[in-house]
Design a protein. Structure first.
Length: 132
């Protein structure tokens, strides 16, 4: 049975897949801490930015490039949720190839996404989320 956190993340990604970024962003804390991997580098060091506006800017850029993402896998462990996102064509725009997939660990508190961390692969994401 899916957890409350899994359901929240599914709701967020369903909204995004419909193009409803405002509903998705309503589930994101204004002070979001977002750790990402710079797509310009094959083996990037994690970079961190803050604020929901940074995520909104990135989502707008993805939409302008007509890239659409599908939620492929979701696993919750406490306040962390690991997701695997498939975005056809994304590898053409980045140095690090990952089968057009992104691996993220989202941290939730009080029904909001407060942190988002990009990982290089499923194993790294599972480890960061504490999934055995």
């Amino acid at each position: 049975m899916p957890s409350e956190n899994e359901n929240l993340i599914r709701t967020a990604y369903e909204a995004y897949s419909r193009g409803d970024t405002s509903q998705l962003l309503a589930l994101v804390d204004p002070d979001l801490e977002w750790t990402y991997l710079d797509p310009a580098h094959e083996n990037p060091e994690p970079q961190t930015c803050h604020g929901r506006s940074q995520l909104e800017w990135a989502l707008r850029g993805q939409a302008e490039r007509r890239l659409t993402s599908q939620l492929e896998e979701i696993t919750a462990h406490g306040d962390k949720v690991m997701v695997v996102i498939h975005t056809p064509g994304i590898d053409q725009r980045r140095a690090r190839q990952a089968g057009d997939r992104n691996y993220l660990v989202l941290t939730l508190r009080q029904g909001r996404i407060v942190a988002m961390r990009a990982c290089r692969d499923r194993a790294e994401a599972r480890g960061f989320a504490g999934i055995g």
